[in-house]
Write a protein that binds this ligand. Structure first.
Ligand SMILES: O=C(O)CCC(=O)C(=O)O
Ligand SMILES: [Fe+2]
Length: 287
């Protein structure tokens, strides 16, 4: 089976420990300024075209999750829409991170890009919308380290300061499968300064998290627009999420080695990617 090479371990020991304890880790500047600019241009170009014509360019199709509100534009199922999206979603380092924390070979189950520009008053009125908490019990532990089948890489394409509404997370909630979600949320809100963390990071950074972690869009009080792109990954033999099926025509145009991550063609021909906490990260980019 042809499959492109990814680093393993992709995380440094300190990054892996952060993820273990909090359920998320932020890796700063995973994307170069040039890649950030290219992604931003493409996402804005699609929005501008849509607002002008009421239609999507590049054969993009809306699914049940897509949004066209004046304050929120979201597009979905992206690998075949533009080269920069394909490169992002199949980036060997990002897929390496996904593979390491799922603990085996992964496939893409969802991909989306978001532009959020709510006025601050509306944001504050709406408050958090914590969700996730996705079956923490499905996780498994190897060498004392937790793996969840469903994980996300979420890269911010705009700089995120304290007031810019970066993703909010309830720290450590990724392992709290035995407690009702609403109870965890209510308790976390009793001491948000300690129990809720927000992404504050320069553009091009990546939030890596377990979907079992309770998370929400942050509350942006600065009025700054937030743009991000993300990939959701899970084991190869799982199905794509509805509306994110791979584009058959596009698959014919790309090298074979990219098929497994887009289609799950490895199915259950899986290896275990399990590490010890102190194992150093493999050098990446490769020599
Ligand atoms: O940062 C956000 O707005 C939340 C994103 C989110 O919920 C997700 O990617 O699953
Ligand atoms: Fe989410």
């Amino acid at each position: 089976m042809q499959d492109f090479r990814k680093p393993f371990p992709a995380l440094t020991p300190a990054q892996r420990l952060h993820l273990e304890v909090y359920g998320y880790v932020i890796i700063e500047k995973t994307l170069s300024e040039e890649r950030v600019a290219t992604l931003l241009d493409k996402i804005y170009e699609i929005e501008t075209y849509f607002r002008k014509t009421g239609d999507y360019p590049y054969g993009l199709v809306a699914n049940a999750h897509s949004k066209i509100d004046p304050n929120y534009f979201r597009i979905d199922n992206l690998p075949h829409i533009a080269e920069c999206f394909f490169e992002y979603l199949t980036d060997p380092y990002l897929v390496g991170l996904a593979q390491e924390i799922v603990g085996t070979h992964v496939r893409l189950l969802q991909s989306d890009a978001h532009i959020i520009r709510y006025p601050p008053e509306k944001m504050e009125r709406q408050g958090y919308g914590f969700h996730g908490g996705w079956h923490a019990e499905f996780g498994r532990t190897t060498h004392g380290l937790y793996h969840c089948p469903f994980i996300k890489t979420l890269s911010n394409l705009t700089d995120l300061g304290e007031k810019d509404g970066g993703t909010a997370v309830i720290v450590g909630s990724h392992k709290l499968g035995g407690i009702e979600r609403h109870e965890i949320i209510e308790v976390a809100l009793q001491d948000p300064d300690r129990l809720i963390h927000h992404v504050v990071a320069p553009a091009g950074s990546t939030l890596l998290f377990f979907e079992s972690l309770l998370h929400s869009g942050g509350i942006c009080t600065s009025g700054k627009e937030r743009v991000f792109i993300l990939g959701g990954y899970w084991p190869s033999m799982f199905q794509p999420h509805q509306g994110y099926e791979p584009n058959e025509e596009f698959l014919k145009t790309i090298p074979e080695e990219y098929h497994p991550v887009l289609t799950g063609s490895r199915c259950f021909q899986l290896e275990n990617f399990t590490r010890e906490l102190s194992a150093p990260a493999e050098k990446f980019p490769f020599d």
